[in-house]
Structures are given as C-alpha cells and as structure tokens.
Design a protein around this ligand. Structure first.
Ligand SMILES: NC(=O)c1ccc[n+]([C@@H]2O[C@H](COP(=O)([O-])OP(=O)(O)OC[C@H]3O[C@@H](n4cnc5c(N)ncnc54)[C@H](O)[C@@H]3O)[C@@H](O)[C@H]2O)c1
Length: 352
C-alpha cells in the first residue's frame, strides 16, 4: 500500500477535523501541522500525534517528503498565497472554500496546478452528504424527469455569523450560499448558468460590520431551469454553529423535498437549554463514527492523491461557482440581473 504524507495549514475548527481524519487514515503515513495559534496547535497535536509541528507553514512546505496539503486557515485572504506557495513547492492541494478573493487569483492558481500536474480541489463538503448525493442521483438518472426549478434555503446561527463577519467582508453568497450554488450547479451540469439576480437584506450585522444578514440568489440556466438559493447567518443560538437547510427540486415527472434542518436530534439540558447535536455543516465526531460530510470529503482527497484518482470538485467547477456568487454580489449592488459569461454579449439572455 502506497502511503502519503500530509500537511495541514491552519488546524482550527475545519482543519482540526481534517487533521483527525488524516491521523487515522491507513493511506496516510506522516501528518504535519502548521498553526500560528500555540494553544490550538497544542490541542490538535494532543489529538493527532503529528510527525512535526511549526508556526511557519513555509517550513512545512520545504519538507520534500510531504505530498499533499490541506489549507484550512482563516482569514480567507490567506488562501491564495498559501495555495500558490504549496503548488510551487510541488504539493497537491485541498483548500477550504473560497479559493481566493478575486477571479484573477483563482485563475492563476488553477493554471499553476494544471501546469505542474498537481491535484487541486476546493472544499464543497455538502456534496458528501448522503441526502445531497441522493438529489444529484435523482437528477442524473431522470427519476423526476427534466428539472424545472430547484430551491435551497440555508440559515446558520449568529455565532457563526459573528465569526465570519468578524474576519471578512465577503457576502453570504460567497461564504454560505457558495455551498448550495456548487451543489445545484453540480446536479444540473452540463447546463450552464446564464443569468443571476440577487437581493441582500441587512438589519443586524449592517450596524457594526457593514455586512448583510441574508442574501437570495436566483440563477437561470441555459435550458431555462431556475435555481433559487438563500443563505443567512443570524439564526438565534440553539447550538454551536447550528445549520438548517431545506431543499425542493421540482421536475417534469416528479418532485424531491429534502429536510436537512437537523431537528431530528434534540437535547435539552438544565445548563444549556435546547441544543441540536450533529447539526453543523462540517459535522462532528461521535465516538467511533463521524456525523457529517467533512471526514468523508477528507478521505476522498487522501485517496485521490494516494491512488491517483480524480478529485470530487474540479477547479473549473469551483471557478464557475465563484463566477456565479460574484455576479450575485454585483446584481445585489446594482439592483439588476447580471448575465453570464460576463464578457459574452451573444445569446438571447445576454444584456450586458
Ligand atoms: N466546508 C465546510 O462546511 C466549512 C465550514 C466552515 C468553514 N469552512 C471554511 O474553512 C475555513 C476555515 O474555517 P474555520 O471555521 O475552521 O476557521 P478557524 O478560524 O476555526 O481556523 C483557522 C485556523 O487557521 C489558523 N491560521 C491563521 N493563519 C495561519 C497561518 N499563517 N499559518 C497557520 N495557521 C494559520 C488560525 O490560527 C486558526 O486556528 C474557512 O475558509 C471557511 O470558509 C468550511
């Protein structure tokens, strides 16, 4: 069995899940950690027994024995330089969404990965949830006929809203709805998005961070299928980073409704009131199993590198998602629809 050596940059919340998954994967020999927060590093070191640790990720990248890097650091503006440096050092790269702050940066690292023949992928974890995979399957095998319209509404607690809006000005489209845009574009390929309309609403975070609380995005595909995705981050606190999601997919021969609101498990304690365990987007370890998509996603990338298999999320797909949420932000700012591709003036729906 050919094992690989893996490094994690930023083993915080998500990176900690990645590190723990790598530590027990049979295809991983050595685990290396780079983390600037000494306290957090000590916690994850205690959980995973890494071969080396450092507070300087460049030191980790200089280790020629490391094959692949997971980039899980925040703020999100760190992703682009970390991807670039990792690819330049000859490492396969998995980066948490978003790839970068601009399309130019995304294009640069996508081209660099291609040129160097390295695997490069982005963390769209929701694709690894069985309920979501079921929607993908039902659309691909024609169970509900031709898709007519698809809706995903997602809200997360204000604890996560505080965390995200405290470190970045990126919109709910770029930070939350990005998962659901990726999911629906994945389900609907080879159809292409051609028109995007979006509206934001801000009554809470607008006051202190100039960030919207919620954003709706409507996308028209080139065959007329419509997508509506909504994302917000001001749910009242019920559980740490609690997330609820509702999906409706209507086709010519049927309809599919998915309740991913995580209400099926509730615990009520005197100390903390009602909580919803196993309800975050990445998921959490529960004894000997992992409840949620992030471990399966981590395993998939390890296997893609070790066994030379395709990655789940192609860089071109992540780029398309970025194109759509960037158009959504532009639409919200202008108060009018934005056509895609943005540099193409041909076609019946093109207006720009
Ligand atoms: N796929 C999902 O479901 C999902 C869910 C939440 C967050 N995310 C994404 O994952 C990423 C991480 O989010 P999080 O909530 O885990 O963040 P976090 O803040 O909990 O962890 C980030 C860690 O990076 C460390 N760090 C910062 N700069 C560093 C550097 N130069 N070198 C080494 N370490 C450094 C920080 O000290 C921190 O521990 C974000 O990009 C976020 O958008 C994805």
């Amino acid at each position: 069995m050919k094992q690989i050596n893996v490094g994690i940059i930023g083993p915080g919340w998500c990176g900690g899940i990645r590190a723990n998954a790598c530590a027990i994967h049979p295809l991983v020999d050595e685990l290396h950690l780079a983390e600037i927060d000494a306290e957090r590093l000590a916690v994850v070191k205690g959980e995973t027994n890494p071969t080396t640790t450092t507070d300087d990720y460049h030191q980790m990248l200089a280790n020629d024995d490391i094959n692949a890097i997971f980039i899980s650091a925040t703020p999100e503006s760190t992703h682009y330089p970390m991807i670039k440096h990792s690819l330049e050092a000859g490492k396969h790269v998995f980066v948490e969404k978003p790839i970068s702050s601009t399309m130019e940066e995304a294009d640069e690292v996508i081209t660099l990965a291609e040129k160097k023949g390295l695997k490069f992928t982005v963390g769209y974890s929701q694709r690894f949830k069985p309920k979501f995979a079921f929607v993908h399957k039902a659309l691909k095998d024609g169970t509900i006929g031709e898709p007519v319209t698809c809706l995903v509404s997602r809200n997360v607690t204000r604890e996560l809203g505080d965390k995200i809006t405290g470190r970045t000005k990126m919109s709910p489209a770029a930070m939350e709805a990005t998962h659901d845009l990726d999911f629906l574009l994945w389900c609907l390929r080879p159809r292409k998005p051609v028109r995007v309309y979006s509206q934001q609403s801000g009554k809470l975070y607008m006051k202190n961070s100039d960030t919207p609380d919620h954003q709706w995005i409507m996308v028209t595909m080139d065959d007329g299928t419509t997508i509506t995705v909504g994302a917000g981050w001001i749910l009242p606190l019920g559980y740490k980073n609690y997330s609820q999601c509702w999906i409706e997919v209507v086709g010519t021969d049927g309809a599919l409704t998915i309740d991913d609101t995580h209400k099926e498990v509730q615990i009520n304690t005197v100390k903390d009131g009602i909580q919803y365990p196993m309800s975050t987007m990445p998921g959490e370890p529960v004894g000997h199993v992992f409840a949620g998509p992030m471990k399966a996603e981590t395993d998939h990338f390890i296997e893609a590198v070790a066994l030379d298999r395709p990655v789940m999320v192609l860089p071109s797909e992540a780029r398309e998602v970025m194109d759509v949420y960037t158009a959504a932000d532009l639409s919200a700012e202008r108060g009018e629809p934005v056509m895609l591709p943005r540099n193409d003036t041909s076609g019946p729906l093109a207006a720009e």
